[in-house]
Design a protein around this ligand. Structure first.
Ligand code: 86X
Length: 479
């Protein structure tokens, strides 16, 4: 049996995105070799294709936060119970999700240790030692790490799991204004991650009092409605005020020699963002990745016949060199034992942005066929122009994918005048925009009748409908 036929039945996605999006999603994630299940529910293996996407996000964001003066660091994964519960309010709601280490080998520990669900407590315990004078401020540390939250809801790859990857930034300032400004600076960087890298449109806004982080004075978020009809929040930027400073005794002497508490922020973006991107852009053939986060941007598939094989492979190898020189990631698929058609399907499944087909007939005409993954656009391009052409197409593809996603989201966002209409819209898996005054006392009813929640109160620029001074709220079902 050829390699091809033995693999055939596993190759494609067997369900349409429009027919069963959750089954489609599960298949894409496994068949595109992104994540693998393990025996621990909610804990998944990030295979190289998934991790590479995360690395693209990291590269961008890490560079940007360093420009803001943030430094990377690492704190222990184990947090003593006494520390975790020091700021009462913030732990209360989360307590059922904490995973505990109780034993080392056979001996019981004197104090059980939490596996970090987030690092505020362990970091601020250290901040209390490090912050003494106004000269020690601002202090801006970040961690790229993993966190564990022992959820009992059904896990969804990337979107809901018990262990995930993120960055958590924790900063302390002498003045509230500086902290307030940073909350927005970070939110803008997160917007760029979503819109400019993942090609996912987001709505920035403030969390309501009910939805904000309990340890925060206020929380900002970026929200998106995915084509499954459920919204995703994959990042938040909080202003913690002086609450943690007070419970962790973080005090400093200000310029006049008076004792003061610093103002703190914390902010994070997680691998959830990748899940939102996959649901948005994938299609019935599999993954579609925006060029800026695609681990592989171009694949060259030579069409091989015995008599012309050598020449075609030589020319393909030349193209590879040119792409590499231009900084475009490229692979030559010269595997034997698979037909060209089978390879096309495979690279489509894995979301490679551009496929180049090169056969002997093309070679005679000094051209190759270039196919774009997102819209299937096919064009014969002269070999001399191919790298330039492909690089333009990659840029265009990045833009087109975002515009398409943005259009989809706006078409699925409805403005409603009453809570009744809102419940109807959310039940139709839409995002509903309503005057906050009309909805704020009926949150429980909305939750009950539509299984929806308030995502955030969007910034003015999103829904300046008629009355500038009105505050709006967006509602949807959510992951
Ligand atoms: C909230 C707050 C904050 C830094 C972020 O949203 C961004 C990055 N942290 C995280 N949060 C918790 O504080 C929390 C605490 C415990 Cl004990 C828990 F089990 C789960 C939690 N989940 C979220």
């Amino acid at each position: 049996m050829s390699k091809e036929s033995s693999k055939k039945e596993e190759q494609g996605i067997t369900v349409k995105k429009s027919e069963n999006i959750s089954e489609w999603y599960t298949q894409v994630i496994q068949k595109a070799e992104l994540l693998e299940y393990t025996d621990v529910s909610g804990c998944m293996i990030y295979r190289p294709r998934a991790y590479a996407i995360w690395e693209k996000i990291q590269q961008f964001l890490d560079g940007e936060i360093k420009k803001l003066g943030v430094q990377n660091s690492y704190f222990p994964i184990f947090i003593p119970e006494k520390l975790l519960t020091k700021e009462k309010e913030h732990v209360e709601g989360f307590a059922p999700e904490v995973a505990w280490v109780t034993h080392g080998g056979n001996s019981k520990l004197n104090e059980r240790l939490a596996v970090r669900p987030t690092s505020e407590t362990i970091m601020y315990d250290a901040y209390a030692k490090w912050i003494r004078s106004h000269r020690d401020l601002p202090l801006k540390l970040n961690q790229w790490n993993n966190v564990v939250r022992w959820e009992f809801k059904h896990p969804t790859p990337f979107l809901r799991g018990r262990e995930f990857l993120w960055q958590e930034g924790h900063t302390a300032f002498a003045a509230k204004q500086e902290a307030d400004k940073e909350v927005l600076d970070i939110l803008e960087l997160y917007r760029q991650v979503f819109e400019d890298y993942l090609a996912v449109p987001v709505i920035l806004g403030k969390k309501t009092e009910e939805e904000k982080f309990a340890g925060a004075d206020y929380s900002m978020s970026a929200e998106t409605l995915t084509p499954s009809g459920k919204a995703v929040q994959a990042c938040t930027s909080h202003h913690l005020g002086q609450r943690f400073a007070k419970s962790f005794d973080i005090e400093f002497l200000d310029e006049k020699g008076n004792k003061a508490y610093p103002y703190q922020n914390s902010w994070g973006i997680s691998t959830r963002s990748i899940g939102a991107m996959i649901i948005y852009h994938g299609d019935d053939k599999g993954l579609v990745l925006p060029p800026k986060v695609a681990p592989l941007q171009v694949v060259i598939v030579p069409i091989l016949f015995d008599d012309s094989k050598k020449k075609v492979l030589e020319e393909s190898a030349k193209l590879v060199k040119q792409f590499e020189k231009a900084g475009i990631s490229v692979k030559l698929d010269n595997r034997e034992g698979y037909t060209a058609g089978w390879k096309f399907n495979e690279w489509e499944l894995k979301g490679v942005c551009i496929r180049i087909e090169l056969g002997p007939k093309d070679l005679e005409k000094k051209q190759a066929i270039v196919v774009r993954r997102d819209n299937n656009k096919k064009e014969a391009v002269k070999l001399d122009d191919i790298v330039k052409f492909a690089s333009k197409e990659l840029e265009q593809m990045q833009k087109d994918m975002f515009e398409k996603a943005k259009k989809w989201m706006s078409e699925n966002t409805v403005h409603v005048g009453t809570v009744e209409k809102l419940i109807e819209a959310v039940n139709q898996h839409k995002m509903a925009v309503i005057e906050w005054d009309k909805a704020k006392n009926r949150i429980d009813e909305i939750k009950e009748k539509a299984a929806g929640k308030c995502l955030n109160l969007p910034f003015k620029e999103y829904f300046m409908i008629d009355k500038e001074d009105k505050e709006y709220a967006i509602f949807a079902k959510s992951y």
